[in-house]
Design a protein around this ligand. Structure first.
Ligand code: SAH
Length: 245
C-alpha cells in the first residue's frame, strides 16, 4: 500500500465552514495527527488511529506524520483554520527538507480552510476590503524585535492589520505593547475589532478604537483587526473601502 499525507484545515470551528475536500480526506484517513483540541472536534471514525499532541511540538508532529505515511498509512495532519496560516503545513515541509530524503517523494497534499481572519472579518462586515496583512504576535519562533519591525512597517504602509495569536498566558503583555507601538503611528480613532470564536455559534465581537483599545479583551481564541486610515463604520458594520478614500 502506498501512503499519503494530507494537511488539512478544519476552518474556524463550525462544521459548515469545513470544506467538503477536508471532510473527505478525514473520512478516508487511517491516522490523524494534530493538536489534541483540534482532533477532538472531529467525529470518531472506526479503525482510525489518533495521535494527539500539545501545540508546541510542531516539527516532531510533522516527522511522526511523515514516518506514518512512509509506512503506507493514509495520514491526515489537522490544523484549525487554514493549514498554511501559522499552522502545520510549513512544519511538514520543513520536516521534509531536513528529514529522510525519501520523504520528498511521498504523496503530500494541502487542503485549504477558512482562516480565522476571514471568519472574523465576516462577523463584522468587510474590514479586509482594502490591502491588508497578517502578523502573528507569538514570539515562540521569532523575536519580538522582528514583530515590532513588521508592525511598524504595516502601520507606515497603512495596511489593515490582522493580529493572530494576540495573547497567551505565557505572553500577557505583548498585545498592549503592540497597541502602544501602533498608537505612535496611527490615529487614536482607528477602529480596532476583537473577534472571539469567529465563525462559531459563540462568536463575540468587541468594537473599540486604537486610542482606548484594551489588550485584556483578547485571549487565545481572539483575532484582532486594526483598521487602516480608511476603515470605518456604517450602521453596525465595519468596512474598508476598496478605494483610497
Ligand atoms: N491556522 C489557523 C491559525 C492558527 S494560529 C487559522 O488559519 O485560522 C492561532 C490563532 O488563530 C489564535 O490565537 C487566534 O488568534 C486565531 N484564531 C483561530 N481560530 C479562531 C476563531 N475561530 N476566532 C478568532 N480567532 C481565531
Amino acid at each position: 500500500m502506498s501512503g499519503s499525507l494530507v494537511i488539512v484545515g478544519t476552518g474556524p470551528g463550525r462544521a459548515e465552514l469545513m470544506t467538503p475536500a477536508t471532510a473527505a480526506a478525514l473520512q478516508c484517513a487511517t491516522d490523524l495527527v494534530g493538536y489534541g483540541p483540534y482532533l477532538e472536534r472531529i467525529p470518531p471514525a472506526q479503525g482510525q488511529f489518533r495521535h494527539p499532541s500539545d501545540n508546541r511540538v510542531e516539527l516532531e508532529r510533522a516527522r511522526l506524520a511523515l514516518s506514518l505515511a512512509a509506512e503506507g498509512k493514509r495520514v491526515v495532519v489537522v490544523s484549525g483554520g487554514d493549514p498554511g496560516v501559522f499552522a502545520m503545513a510549513a512544519a511538514v515541509f520543513e520536516a521534509v527538507e531536513t528529514g529522510d530524503p525519501a520523504w520528498a517523494s511521498l504523496d503530500i497534499r494541502v487542503e485549504p480552510g477558512v482562516t480565522a481572519m476571514l471568519a472574523a472579518a465576516a462577523e463584522v462586515g468587510a474590514p479586509l476590503g482594502g490591502d491588508f496583512c497578517a502578523i502573528s504576535l507569538s514570539d515562540n519562533l521569532k523575536s519580538w524585535t522582528t514583530i515590532e519591525k513588521r508592525l511598524t512597517a504595516a502601520a507606515d504602509a497603512d495596511f489593515v492589520i490582522a493580529l493572530y495569536n494576540p495573547a497567551s498566558k505565557a505572553r500577557p503583555h505583548q498585545l498592549g505593547e503592540a497597541f502602544a507601538l501602533l498608537r505612535t503611528k496611527k490615529s487614536a480613532d482607528t477602529p480596532v475589532l476583537f473577534v472571539r470564536a469567529a465563525g462559531t455559534a459563540q462568536a463575540r465581537v468587541v468594537r473599540s478604537m486604537l486610542g482606548t483599545a484594551d489588550a485584556l479583551q483578547a485571549d487565545m481564541r481572539t483575532l484582532v483587526i486594526v483598521g487602516a486610515s480608511t476603515t470605518r463604520s456604517v450602521g453596525r458594520w465595519v468596512y474598508t473601502p476598496r478605494s483610497e478614500r
